[in-house]
Design a protein around this ligand. Structure first.
Ligand SMILES: CC(C)(COP(=O)(O)OP(=O)(O)OC[C@H]1O[C@@H](n2cnc3c(N)ncnc32)[C@H](O)[C@@H]1OP(=O)(O)O)[C@@H](O)C(=O)NCCC(=O)NCCS
Length: 242
């Protein structure tokens, strides 16, 4: 077993491990988004444990100049009680100590007795504190209304495009509604930006709720307003979204 820093090619395996180890996490703990954030700050303190080439554990540490913190300490359920969690924590402690960090803090849900036992074994003690937190404005604050266009050509064919924001799936063009913009105008603008197509005969079809599903690349709450429309053009020019 080895412990090393995370590399980009680990993303799918790490996200899969976290979804297995932390089922029912709140939507804001979105693995791919959390990984991207960590890569921007002290990425060398994001550790993975491997056996052969398999990712079997993770630990995400950081030093804020006063204390070190650790999150996402996770070991595959099939690989527990083999010292992997200990090895990850030891490496995190060593890396933090190298930076001059005098103390490592961590939070565990009070009901998680097994994890408390794990940390006690490693020398951590329960300290009487009240844990407080506040979500900052980098997160989405409200659901976002968006428009989607089911575009039909004169032969009745539906336009679909592959989007990296939807994990390479086929989607219909569309996007956000700007302040002061009518939905039909937003639809025309979004379709033009994403496909270069001009649409007409716009009719409302339905709305759909989208609550932070993993299908989208970021955790987002959308309300989709879907419209059917027509185009006579075949001059499709995709922008960078598709
Ligand atoms: C906590 C966790 C990371 C431990 O990983 P691990 O690789 O199994 O831990 P180790 O093998 O290094 O265990 C070291 C010692 O911790 C203690 N320990 C570990 N798991 C324990 C458990 N389930 N119950 C009681 N003690 C435990 C034992 O003393 C163990 O030594 P031993 O096996 O010789 O008895 C792992 O159980 C896990 O991923 N849990 C779910 C995720 C989680 O809640 N993480 C914490 C979020 S902050």
């Amino acid at each position: 077993m080895k412990v090393r820093s995370y590399s980009e090619s680990d993303e799918a395996a790490v996200a899969k491990l976290w979804r297995e180890v932390f089922p029912g996490s709140p939507w804001w703990n979105h693995p791919e988004t959390d990984i991207q954030r960590k890569l921007a700050v002290q990425r060398e303190l994001f550790l993975v444990a491997t056996i052969d080439s398999e990712i079997v554990g993770t630990a995400m540490a950081g030093y804020d100049g006063h204390r070190g913190w650790v999150y996402y300490v996770a070991v595959s359920p099939r690989r527990r009680r083999q010292g992997i969690g200990t090895a990850l924590m030891k490496r995190a402690e060593e890396e933090l100590a190298k930076l001059g960090c005098p103390k490592l803090n961590l939070q565990v849900r009070a009901s998680n007795e097994e994890v408390v036992a794990f940390y006690r074994k490693l020398g951590y003690e329960i300290e009487e504190r009240v844990s407080m937190g506040k979500r900052l404005a980098t997160e989405q604050q409200y659901p976002e209304p968006t428009v989607g266009a089911l575009i039909f050509d004169p032969e009745g064919r539906l336009f679909l495009m592959k989007s990296h924001k939807w994990r390479g799936k086929y989607v219909v063009p569309g996007g956000h509604i700007e302040l002061g913009e009518r939905m039909e105008d937003a639809l025309r603008r979004e379709v033009k930006e994403e496909t270069n197509l001009d649409v007409h005969d716009i009719t409302f079809l339905c709305f759909q709720e989208f609550l932070c599903d993993d299908d989208f690349w970021q955790p987002r709450h959308f309300i989709f307003f879907d419209f059917a429309c027509r185009t006579n053009s075949t001059d499709v020019r995709l922008n960078d979204e598709a």
